[in-house]
Design a protein around this ligand. Sequence first.
Ligand code: FES
Length: 157
Amino acid sequence: MAALLTGIPRLYKFGKVGLGTLIFGSQLGMSACDSNSGSAVEPQIPIVAFTESINITNQQYVNLRSDNGATYVTGGVRGLIVVRQNSSTYYAFERNCPYRANDTCARVQIDPSRLFLKDPCCGSQFDLQGRVQQGPASRALRQYNTSLSGNLLTITN
Ligand code: FES
């Protein structure tokens, strides 16, 4: 057994508990937003190239028929939220939360009130222009490019 242990890193020598705790600790970090992590470094949201086009008159986008209306659209890293600012201006935001972007729960939703956007992961809130309304997030939502041609809204990165 001693011969067996010589080649293994010092951590394991403290027995399975050390290694088990390390794996368990990292699993915990991945499933819930640890807003008290103390780490000032907010991981970057991955960059993905995409183009998504929607017909804003489609019934599934009925919420885009009034100003400040918001709807979900596929695309980006973890999906998009499109918000109508006015009849000719639409903003498209990445749903991957900019706070702890790697956490599995870091996905922004349209609040049931439809007055703001919220990440249930640990409660960050954003207004309908993507700006932080309530922490712990400190960065605005990533905004993608949009262009409107007739009823066709194209979203690109
Ligand atoms: S990851 Fe925690 S609020 Fe978004």
